[in-house]
Design a protein around this ligand. Structure first.
Ligand code: SAM
Length: 221
């Protein structure tokens, strides 16, 4: 998501460091001791935060952490949450790049990783920046709890097809798979800003849920 830098963002983030954490590494391995919830969800690339904010309200007994690398976009998402006046005790944000995700979360700490409408990076040269690329999947494997999963939604067919291969080549299998996810109602799963846009255009939403199926020690590098 491209957004002009917001002048108010940095002072706002500084004033709300209890919600958009400045030192998330201090909670590494102890997130569920610090925020309310019995399982830990992490959404990478929250954009303006509609998904995180709705899901945290829909599932108040689960903990939700959003990561957004664009600090102005992160501030917009966080300000919405604060201004809505809903209970934030099961929700936090990190304004930073997911390339640092292993500094913030411990091994086998996360139950569900959400990748919603991630940037598709169509040029081959940039495929390694994709949040579903092999190097990210290797990190996610380490961070996921036993029984944990990665949930992905996208409008982008090429990204989806390539990601299916990345998952399979990196020891994951699928427990859910759809090439027209919103054809059936899914009231249990909030609509993201991008998803809403593509649904209004009548475009299909691709969706999958991936779980590790090969043990780390059996993975061939
Ligand atoms: N998830 C939202 C939605 O579905 O409406 C936003 C989708 S937008 C296309 C992708 C978002 O991911 C952008 O806001 C971008 O800044 C963020 N993003 C991309 N790469 C990231 C990374 N490495 N770490 C954190 N955020 C990232």
């Amino acid at each position: 998501m491209r957004m002009r830098k917001k002048k108010w963002a940095e002072p706002w983030l500084e004033a709300h460091a209890d919600y958009v954490l400045t030192k998330p590494e201090e909670w590494r391995g102890r997130w569920l001791e610090n925020i309310k919830g019995n399982i830990l969800h992490v959404e990478i690339g929250t954009g303006k935060g509609d998904y995180l904010n709705h899901m945290a309200v829909m599932y108040p007994d689960e903990a939700w952490v959003g990561i957004e690398k664009d600090r102005s976009v992160a501030a917009v998402a966080a300000r919405k949450a604060v201004e809505e006046g809903t209970d934030l005790s099961n929700r936090r944000m990190i304004a930073g790049d997911a390339e640092h995700v292993e500094e913030w979360f411990g091994e086998q700490e996360i139950d569900v990783i959400h990748l919603n409408f991630s940037d598709p990076w169509p040029k081959k040269h940039y495929h390694k920046r994709r949040l579903s690329s092999a190097s990210f999947l290797a990190v996610y494997r380490r961070l996921l709890k036993k029984g944990g999963m990665i949930r992905m939604k996208t409008d982008n067919k090429d990204l989806f097809e390539d990601s299916v291969l990345y998952f399979l080549q990196n020891g994951f299998t699928f427990t859910e798979f759809s090439v027209d996810y919103r054809r059936k109602p899914h009231p249990e799963d909030a609509v993201t800003e991008y998803e809403n846009r593509f649904m209004e255009l009548g475009q299909p939403i691709y969706q999958l849920c991936a779980v590790p199926c090969i043990k780390d020690e059996d993975m061939v590098e």
